[in-house]
Design a protein. Structure first.
Length: 187
């Protein structure tokens, strides 16, 4: 019974959190009174748009506009008679208002697609230099590479000799210990 209560409470919390978003969703569409809506209402050249036509008796329709890269096929999205389709604004379009026509049965629906000037981001979309983001001991080396600094020297002869001496001492210690173990076992 405890997990059922948790599930119901989680469902209520999600519903409460999404209710304001659902209430705002229709405001994102530009509707011109004839039943054709465009989202976003003012796209830039090259942007993707969604077209919607309400109260259509057909199950499919075709949206045509000079602003669109190709004709957009609208299909029935819900039981309420709303046809929905996605298209792309031509990347070469200049700012301005362009007609959108959708033939829905015997009636033609008209709408307007308002293209706005392409907005350029003020800052680059991705980093142009490495970011110091940790990385343990490698961060220092990566930063040195980024600044074209020389890397530290690899281990030299002294390090190699020291390593061999320590390995030899360890081998002798293991050999002595095994000899002692054998001598205790035979007594």
């Amino acid at each position: 019974m405890g997990s059922l209560k948790v599930t119901l409470c989680a469902g209520a919390a999600v519903t409460a959190a999404l209710a304001p978003i659902a209430a705002l969703a229709p405001a994102a569409y530009a509707v011109d009174g004839s039943g054709v809506s465009v989202s976003p209402s003012t796209p830039a050249p090259g942007s993707d748009v969604e077209l919607r036509v309400a109260d259509c008796t057909e199950k499919t329709a075709l949206a045509v506009s000079a602003a669109l890269a190709s004709d957009v096929r609208l299909t029935l999205a819900a039981k309420d008679g709303v046809l929905v389709g996605a298209g792309t604004v031509r990347s070469t379009m200049e700012a301005g208002a362009y007609a959108v026509q959708v033939k829905c049965g015997d009636h033609a629906r008209k709408g307007t697609l308002t293209v706005v000037e392409q907005r350029r981001p003020a800052a680059p979309a991705s980093p142009v230099a490495p970011v110091d983001a940790g990385g343990g001991g490698t961060a220092r080396l990566a930063a040195a590479d980024a600044r074209d600094e020389a890397r530290p020297e690899p281990p030299g002869t002294a390090h190699t000799v020291t390593g061999l001496v320590l390995a030899g001492i360890a081998a002798v210690a293991v050999a002595l210990r095994s000899v002692r173990s054998r001598s205790r076992g035979t007594d």
